[in-house]
Design a protein around this ligand. Structure first.
Ligand code: 9W1
Length: 425
């Protein structure tokens, strides 16, 4: 990779020449993110974030760009970096830099560069922080504690980040209030089921182009992500088999119309396997041993340890990359097993993550949390806060409106009936 960058005091990106391509991607995302666009219109009139300096550290994608430009339209000054070196889209980063946003992000940066970028975004002395993975909050607490005093509050996008911040709050180590965006119903419930479900199937199809109809599709794990994959595969005509360790989850899978069996048995009959468990070694040597010729194996769960590729490497006599993100392992008896994206998250590596329509609601939660912090953050207790129920309902309500779905409203009599204990049941 060439080490030439486009840079100034305000930004450092791969190549400003990519801006026009990036702008088209952002325009496309805008047309799929009606909730955020509606909030942009409302809050650019109100200038709800005027005087706020927001440092953000979150995947530099076309969807994130829509969030960034909505925050800017509401009057905030922004400085941004990417939270994952591999998720940064250089075209989008260039478009944001060209639009006057302060941004430090390029694809494939190393760890040292990652922290350099974070430190550059903190030079503005933010009043609000916006995180995906809490690296910004941790950087303030661990390396720049002097900045905490002027920070009103922050938000966190992910499960892992929220978990660590709650631990910090319990230990009394947290220095400013944080809103757990992840825990909003309009975030995790849609992200995991519909975002992961569709993008995982998308990744499988891009990497293989197999016909899913009539195939045995094995989903390991029936949590939200596994359920999303199972539902989408069933919709494509697959016969879905679920493997589980948790009785209630297994029962839900059965009552949703899926077959449940042990992985030892599923391994013998499966055509396509996807792991979505959060556990390691879900598919390992004993399973590869009995798989059919042509079996396809991939993961959308925990990084890259759900499929034990060390076992497969030991058993295989040869391997070759037969298509993008599709590796063919040949076993000593001639059977071929195909591993997608080297066992990493197939929805990110072989597809494009969650669709814009899903990110619309996650990022509407980010946006409204920033507005909430700007107006009442100074009065919030220094701990990890949930998204208010009204915000969830408001975001879902706007989404429904933009979809054009009619929503019934309870009559006064019906509302009274809810609380009526005199009438009996
Ligand atoms: N987030 N805009 C890869 C995404 C990596 C990624 C990651 C998303 C979005 C899960 C956030 C190669 C987008 C992101 C495109 C892409 C995530 C990790 C989004 C899905 C989560 C660790 N986590 N996400 N779009 N990479 O889709 O911001 O294509």
């Amino acid at each position: 990779m060439s080490e030439k960058f486009s840079e100034s005091d305000r930004y450092k990106v791969r190549d400003l020449g990519l801006a026009a391509q990036g702008r088209m991607k952002i325009d496309w995302a805008e047309s799929r993110m009606p909730v955020l666009m509606k909030l942009r219109k409302e809050h650019s009139e109100k200038q709800s974030l005027k005087g706020m300096r927001i440092a953000g550290c979150l995947h530099v994608t076309k969807e994130t760009a829509v969030l960034v430009e909505t925050l800017a339209a509401a009057g905030a000054e922004i400085s941004w970096s990417g939270c994952n070196p591999l998720s940064t889209n250089d075209e989008v980063a260039a478009a944001l830099a060209e639009a006057g946003i302060s941004i430090y992000a390029w694809h494939g940066m190393n760890t040292e560069e990652f922290y350099w970028c974070i430190d550059k975004t903190l030079e503005m002395k933010p009043t609000l922080t916006l995180d995906d993975g809490a690296d910004l909050i941790f950087s303030v607490h661990n390396r720049h504690p002097e900045l905490a005093g002027t920070i009103i509050g922050g938000t966190e996008e992910t499960t892992t980040g929220v978990h660590r911040l709650r631990a910090m709050a319990r230990d009394g180590a947290l220095k400013y209030p944080v809103i757990a965006v992840n825990d909003a119903e309009t975030k995790w419930d849609f992200d995991n089921v519909f975002g992961t479900g569709q993008s995982s199937l998308d990744g499988i199809l891009r990497a293989t182009s197999v016909l899913l109809a009539g195939k045995n599709f094995v989903t390991a794990g029936f949590g939200h992500c596994g359920k999303g994959c199972a539902m989408r595969a069933a919709g494509m005509g697959s016969n879905v088999i679920v493997t589980e360790v948790k009785p209630t989850a297994a029962l839900k899978a059965i009552l949703n119309g899926f077959e449940v069996m042990k992985m030892d048995d599923a391994a013998r009959v499966g055509d396509v396997f996807i792991t979505a468990t959060g556990m390691k070694d879900v598919i390992r040597g004993r399973h590869f041993e009995v798989m059919k010729d042509g079996a396809i194996v991939c993961n959308t769960g925990h990084y890259d340890c759900e499929i034990n590729l060390v076992d497969l490497e030991e058993m295989a006599t040869s391997k070759r990359l037969i298509r993008d993100n599709c590796e063919e392992y040949t076993m000593s008896d001639g059977r071929r097993i195909y591993v997608l994206a080297q066992g990493r998250l197939v929805n990110l590596a072989a597809a494009e993550g969650h669709p814009s329509e899903v990110m619309d609601m996650s990022f509407a939660n980010q946006f409204l949390s920033m507005v909430r912090l700007a107006s009442e953050g100074r009065d919030l207790e220094v701990t990890v806060h949930d998204i208010p129920e009204e915000q969830d309902q408001r975001i879902a309500g706007i989404k429904l409106e933009t979809i054009g779905a009619g929503l019934d409203v309870l009559t006064d009599e019906q509302v009274a009936y809810l609380d009526d204990y005199a009438a009996g049941t």
